[in-house]
Design a protein around this ligand. Structure first.
Ligand code: ATP
Ligand code: MG
Length: 150
């Protein structure tokens, strides 16, 4: 279906605020004001997975910054945290099914499926998902094709 991207982001953040009540969620970037043709529920799931990782893998009280912007007809969303980070050599692997990074796997519970699902959903939407940053936290980026304006 077709929907407004800003509504999706706003709704997702609103419903996540309670879950992430020990973190400070900050919205940054610009309003997109454009439609996207996509599976709204699946994209919401991607955002929830990224937000839930950001809360899980960063200490309470830290910021989580959700940025939205446009770049050449693509929607860019990023979720940034200031937590334990992911070493460069593991950044490719965390999207694999059941992969969990070495330094957290004993302390924090999870299946290692969240990012695998994210990647699968984004791929189906002809988008991309990638990681930036290493030691001062992690930034996950998603890019997705927007509908042509008008
Ligand atoms: P779940 O299936 O419940 O999501 P999970 O969180 O372990 O379990 P993924 O979301 O797929 O699985 O993430 C895979 C691994 O990537 C995590 O175990 C963790 O090591 C690492 N990771 C993911 N997000 C972050 C983050 N924001 N900061 C640091 N490490 C992260
Ligand atoms: Mg996860």
């Amino acid at each position: 279906t077709k929907f407004n991207v800003d509504d999706l982001i706003d709704d997702t953040i609103a419903s996540f605020r309670f879950v992430a009540r020990d973190h400070t969620i900050i919205r940054s970037g610009e309003k997109i004001n454009q439609l996207i043709t996509a599976d709204r529920q699946r994209l919401e799931q991607v955002l929830v997975n990224l937000l839930s990782n950001a809360t899980k893998y960063s200490p309470n009280g830290k910021k989580i910054i959700i940025y939205t912007g446009k770049r050449g007809g693509q929607l860019i969303i990023s979720v940034r945290d200031f937590g334990i980070g992911i070493p460069k050599e593991e950044q490719g692997k965390v999207f694999e099914r059941f992969y969990r990074a070495k330094k957290n796997s004993i302390l924090i519970s999870g299946f290692g499926l969240g990012l695998y699902i994210c990647k699968d959903i984004i791929k189906r939407h002809k988008g991309k998902i990638w990681i930036e940053g290493e030691d001062k936290g992690t930034s996950f980026y998603v890019s997705l094709p927007l509908d042509k304006e008008g």
